[in-house]
Design a protein around this ligand. Structure first.
Ligand SMILES: Cc1ncc(C[n+]2csc(CCOP(=O)(O)OP(=O)(O)O)c2C)c(N)n1
Ligand SMILES: [Mg+2]
Length: 544
C-alpha cells in the first residue's frame, strides 16, 4: 500500500472518527485513501474553521481532534486554531501536505518550513521523511497530544513520500500511559496544611475537567466543607447551584470572588493552570499558602510558591486528602456566595432594549438544560458569559481562555454537535468574532449539524472599547458596520431571527431550536453595562 494509505490506517487505529479540513494538491493521496476509510472527512470552508473544530472536539472528548490542510497557505491558515488548542490544552493533531522532498531544499512554489513554523505552537512538530516511519510518527503524535498537559502536535507529509509504496508495516498498538496515585507523604502534608487552615478556598481549573474528576472535587469540597471557585475553562466542575460554589474567577478586575481570595489563608489549587488567570491577581502579596494538586508540576511564578505539591491522579489525590484532613467547622464565605447568587438574577425581568448582557445570559440559561452546551467566542460577551452563565456540568460552557482567539464559537459549535447530537448547542458570539468564521455556516448546513448562533450585536469590537475606556476614557477605531444578519442567514439557507424587544429572546431561542437547522439570532446588546460594571466593582463592599 501507499504511505498515505498506511497513514490513514494509523489514524483509524487511533480511533479517529472525524477529520476536519480543506483538500489541496499536496494531500491528494491522503484524500483518496480516506475514500476507503470509515473516518468521516468534514470539508470546511477555511482551514482555521477545521482547526477550531478539532480543538473543541479535543476539549470535549479528551481524544485528539484531527485537522488537515495542504502546504503553504493552507497550513498557515491552520495556525490560529492549532495555537488555540495548544494553549487551551486540547489534544489536536494537525496534518499538512508538503511539496516533494526533492524540492524542499530550494526556493519553490508554496513551500515554507512548516515544521519550524508549528514548533512554538505545538508539543511536537515533525516531518514524515520516509514511508517506513509513518506508524511511529502517528502513534507518537497522538500519544504526546493526549498526554497531560494535552496540546497540539503537527505532522508534515511531503507528497512524494505519501505516494510511495510501503510494505510490511502495521499501525502500532495504542497504549495509554497510567497515572499513579500521589505518594502518601504528600497526601499527609497537604492534609496537614488544610487541617490548619482558617479560611481555605479551592481554585479549580481545567485540569479537573480533563481528568474527569468533577465528582471527586465536589465530594472533596463537601467532606471538608470548603467552597470552590472555578476558572473560566473549569466552569461547571461544581454545579453553580451547589451551596459551596463561588462561581467563576478570572475577570482582571476586583470582583465579588476577590473578597474570598483576600480572606483565604490557604488556596487549594486543583488542576489549575496559570495560563488562564495569573496568580498575581489572587495572591498579590504572596502571603497565601498554596496546595497544588495536579498531574503536572507547577509552573514557576513568584506569586505561586507552592507549600505542598501533590502530583498524581486527581481523583485519587482528592479522595485521599479528604479522608485525612480535618473538615472546616464554618462556611465563612457563605455571605459571599449569597451576594454572587443575588447578582445573577438582578436583571431576570429587565425589559430594556437593546438588551443588557446580564439579561441575555439569564434568558439563554432559561432555555437550556444542564447538559446542553454553549461555546463562547472571545470578546465582552465572553466576560459576561464567564461571569454570569450558570454552568451545572463540566464542559457545558466552552470558553477559550488560554489563547483566547476570536472565531472559535461557530466552528466549535459544529464539533460539539458532532460529539453530542442529542444536546442543544449554542454558539454565543460577538458580531466581529462571528464574521471571522461565519463561512462555516455552510459546513454546518451541509453536514447536518443543527445549532443556534446567538450574536451579541454592538457593531463594535466591544471588549476593546471597554478596555480603551478604562485606560484612556475614549474609544479608538473599534466600530464597523454589520451585514443584515437575518438576510445573511437566509442566503445560506439557514434561519435568521432578529430580537426587537427584550421579551423576544426566549421565544426566538425556543423557535430556533425547534427548527432543527442552523439558526442565527441577531441580538442587539447594550454594552454601556460594561463600564457600569467596572465602576460598580470599584465600589463593592465586602459582604464578609
Ligand atoms: C483572532 C483575534 N483577534 C483579535 C483579538 C483581540 N480581541 C479580543 S476581543 C476583541 C473584540 C471582539 O469583538 P466582538 O467579536 O464583536 O465581541 P464583543 O467584544 O463586541 O462582544 C478583539 C479584537 C483576539 N482575541 N483574537
Ligand atoms: Mg461586537
Amino acid at each position: 500500500m501507499k504511505a498515505a494509505q498506511l497513514f490513514v490506517k494509523c489514524l483509524e487505529n487511533e480511533d479517529v472518527e472525524y477529520m476536519f479540513g480543506v483538500p489541496g494538491e499536496e494531500n491528494v493521496d491522503i484524500m483518496d485513501a480516506l475514500l476507503e476509510s470509515p473516518i468521516r472527512f468534514i470539508t470546511t470552508r477555511h482551514e482555521q474553521g477545521a482547526a477550531f473544530m478539532a480543538d473543541v472536539y479535543g476539549r470535549l472528548t479528551g481524544k485528539a481532534g484531527v485537522c488537515l490542510s495542504t502546504l503553504g497557505p493552507g497550513a498557515t491558515n491552520l495556525i490560529t486554531g492549532v495555537a488555540d488548542a495548544d494553549m487551551d490544552r486540547a489534544p489536536v493533531i494537525a496534518i499538512a501536505g508538503q511539496g516533494a522532498t526533492t524540492r524542499m531544499h530550494k526556493e519553490s512554489h508554496q513551500i515554507l518550513d512548516l515544521v519550524n513554523m508549528f514548533e512554538p505552537i505545538t508539543k511536537y512538530a515533525t516531518q514524515i521523511r520516509e514511508p517506513e516511519i509513518v506508524t511511529e510518527i502517528v502513534r507518537k503524535a497522538f500519544k504526546v497530544a493526549q498526554t497531560e498537559k494535552p496540546g497540539a502536535c503537527f505532522i508534515e507529509f511531503p507528497e512524494n513520500i505519501a505516494a510511495t509504496e510501503v510494505t510490511g508495516k502495521q499501525p502500532i498498538e495504542v497504549q495509554k500511559p497510567y497515572t499513579s496515585a500521589p505518594p502518601n507523604f504528600k497526601i499527609e502534608q497537604a492534609a496537614g496544611v488544610i487541617s490548619q487552615a482558617k479560611c481555605p478556598i479551592i481554585l479549580a481549573g481545567n485540569g479537573v475537567v480533563r481528568a474527569g474528576a468533577s465528582e471527586s472535587l465536589v465530594t472533596f469540597a463537601e467532606v471538608l466543607h470548603i467552597p470552590v471557585a472555578t476558572t473560566f475553562m473549569a466552569k461547571g466542575v461544581i454545579p453553580f447551584s451547589h451551596e459551596l460554589s463561588l462561581g467563576t474567577v478570572g475577570l482582571k478586575a476586583k470582583d465579588w470572588i476577590s473578597f474570598g481570595f483576600e480572606q483565604a489563608d490557604v488556596v487549594i489549587c486543583v488542576g489549575y493552570d496559570m495560563v488562564e488567570y495569573h496568580p498575581e491577581e489572587w495572591n498579590p502579596d504572596c502571603c497565601k499558602s498554596i496546595v497544588h494538586i495536579d498531574q503536572s508540576p507547577a509552573e514557576v511564578d513568584e506569586h505561586y510558591i507552592v507549600e505542598v505539591g501533590v502530583l498524581g491522579e486527581l481523583g485519587e489525590a482528592l479522595r485521599a486528602i479528604a479522608w485525612k484532613a480535618r473538615p472546616q467547622k464554618d462556611y465563612l464565605l457563605r455571605k459571599l456566595r449569597q451576594a454572587i447568587v443575588r447578582e445573577m438574577s438582578e436583571y431576570a425581568n429587565d425589559q430594556a432594549f437593546p438588551m443588557k448582557p446580564q439579561k441575555i445570559v439569564w434568558d439563554l440559561r432559561q432555555v437550556l438544560s444542564p447538559e446542553d452546551i454553549v461555546i463562547s467566542d472571545v470578546g465582552a460577551h465572553k466576560m459576561w458569559m464567564a461571569r454570569m452563565y450558570q454552568a451545572e456540568r463540566p464542559n457545558t460552557c466552552i470558553i477559550s481562555n488560554g489563547f483566547a482567539s476570536m472565531g472559535i464559537a461557530v466552528p466549535g459549535a459544529i464539533a460539539a454537535k458532532l460529539v453530542y447530537p442529542e444536546r442543544k448547542i449554542v454558539a454565543v458570539t460577538g458580531d466581529a468574532g462571528f464574521m471571522m468564521n461565519s463561512q462555516e455556516i455552510e459546513t454546518a448546513l451541509r453536514i447536518g449539524t443543527p445549532l443556534v448562533i446567538l450574536i451579541w450585536n454592538d457593531a463594535e469590537y466591544g471588549l476593546i472599547r471597554w478596555h480603551q475606556l478604562r485606560r484612556f476614557g475614549r474609544p479608538s477605531h473599534i466600530d464597523f458596520k454589520n451585514p443584515d444578519f437575518v438576510k445573511y442567514a437566509e442566503s445560506f439557507g439557514a434561519k435568521g431571527y432578529r430580537v426587537a424587544q427584550a421579551t423576544d429572546l426566549v421565544p426566538i431561542l425556543k423557535q430556533a431550536f425547534a427548527k432543527d437547522t442552523v439558526a442565527i439570532v441577531d441580538c442587539p446588546v447594550d454594552y454601556s453595562e460594561n463600564m457600569k460594571l467596572t465602576e460598580r466593582l470599584k465600589t463593592v463592599v465586602s459582604p464578609l
